[in-house]
Design a protein around this ligand. Sequence first.
Ligand code: ARG
Length: 460
Amino acid sequence: MKLWAGRFSKEIDKKTNDFNSSISFDSRMYREDIEGSIAHAAMIGECGIIDKSESETIIQGLKGILADLDSGALTIDPNAEDIHTFIEGELTKRLGQTGKRLHTARSRNDQVALDIRLYLKKEIKNIRTMVQELIRVLCDKAEAYAAAVMPGYTHLQRAQPITFGHHLMAYAEMLLRDLDRLDGAYRHTDALPLGSGALATTTYPIDRTMTARLLGFADICQNSLDGVSDRDFCMELAAALSIIMVHLSRFSEEIILWCSWEFKFVELDDAFSTGSSIMPQKKNPDIAELVRGKSGRVFGDLMTLLTVMKGIALAYNKDMQEDKEAIFDAVDTVKMCLTAFTPMIETMRVLPENMRKAAANGFINATDCADYLVKKGLPFRDAYKATGTLVALCIEKKTTLEELPLEEYQKVCDTFDEGVYDAISLENCVNGRKVLGGPASENVRQQSQRVRALVTAAQD
Ligand code: ARG
């Protein structure tokens, strides 16, 4: 029997019921639904809207349902319309007339808005902790490899020497901003919509401040139409999660490259790799590939939410039921990705000798060679040209700038002296770049300390 049976003369068509129902995906919010109802029952009891004793009975009844759902003694009816209807129905089954008083001064429209907010507040915190953990792992690794010279790339071509620690700290910085975005999403989620009613509040003398306090909301939705219609917080979270996935996906792409024989900068632990069914030699970075691939789902979820919301007149419309599968999928996917990604990074074996070898080829110290001439008074364009000539010479002679004899340097430009070899040593090139934001090992250590402090501070 439906909630609205009084107005209708027929039962809903079976297949239409399935189409209309959200129980298959909103049942995960049973705890939040019950927490919200307990606070609502307490408030309407306190405000004299229902009897204090009935309010107490309802609260005990709801606690009993929660305990039974947790223990498995009660299972959710898959034919119910949604989790709100199921729990209210179960309460009435248990309490009779008193159960029917719970929904006084409330609508499912403000109830569902409340449940999603309560649910997402917990999940944002969970994801936050997971991102913090990844940042900490990156700081550990960056410190361990603060001095490991590797080629830095532009256009995936060897460009200038950097350190592996510096490369890892770039991701730590991105993730730090991700934490900030999660905090922004949290702030906008942390407002109580309950009391908005169906759309226009209620004539009962409710106390929204009390409900907000009982449920731990920092804020209260100030306009009832907005309170039931707002899903900005879902879109904002999906956007923040999408950006996290962009970062994880780029990182994954690099892991995949670094694992190849062409690079061999890192080797993934066996526990985070897979083999091939046919090629016995293979060790595949499936986890990184899946993370890269799963980014598409999360972007899709964001697009779903934006599209669902963009054309609906105020206030609640059933379209909005589509919000949940999208935001739940985005949350689940990011959590799943982080669960596999962080230990994969933590356990990967770094091969600094291969990075150093790659750095020795590709003339990545050419800029430093030119800068050396500039420091001796040559205009940069002339220095650039002279160095270009030397690089071409090295390519022709199959040698490197480090190994080219001084006479050859001096044939191209007589400003060169013995000092050039110091200036172009890769270690000096890296450690000379110690301005703020640079790759020098001492910078990496400073960056890491700063990030660690920020992550720890953000925790409290
Ligand atoms: N299952 C619905 C949803 O998720 C709950 C709100 C129903 N409200 C209504 N007026 N039909 O959006």
